[in-house]
Design a protein. Structure first.
Length: 118
């Protein structure tokens, strides 16, 4: 089993910044990548960003490209999402997830709320 614990969410004004963290523990081998997703009220969960664990390759949703940076600290088993120039439409619960060797997201955190006020 893998445990994921997100932190760093909160209330911020539009234009502000937040850094989300996701600490990973448990059976951490066979991690291909880690990703961030979000779910706004009344909407489906959507992809935000992903980073390959070994080589650090990144990919972003168009909606956050240029405003968000995903990174990882292998020694700390932690992935981060730095979010800048936040907009009210970024308001959502943000989840981190582990992508396994078969490219499915097998483990999810409990989520952290991000609220951006206008």
């Amino acid at each position: 089993q893998v445990q994921l614990v997100e932190s760093g969410g909160g209330l911020v004004q539009a234009g502000g910044s937040l850094r989300l963290s996701c600490a990973r523990s448990g059976r951490t081998f066979n991690t291909y990548a880690m990703g961030w997703f979000r779910q706004a009220p009344g909407k489906e969960r959507e992809f935000v960003a992903t980073i390959s664990w070994s080589l650090g390759y990144t990919r972003y949703a168009d909606s956050v490209k240029g405003r968000c940076t995903i990174s990882r600290d292998i020694a700390k088993n932690t992935v981060y999402l730095q979010m800048n120039s936040l907009k009210p439409e970024d308001t959502a619960v943000y989840y981190c997830a582990v992508e396994g060797p078969y490219h499915t997201y097998d483990y999810w955190g409990q989520g952290t709320q991000v609220t951006v006020s206008s």
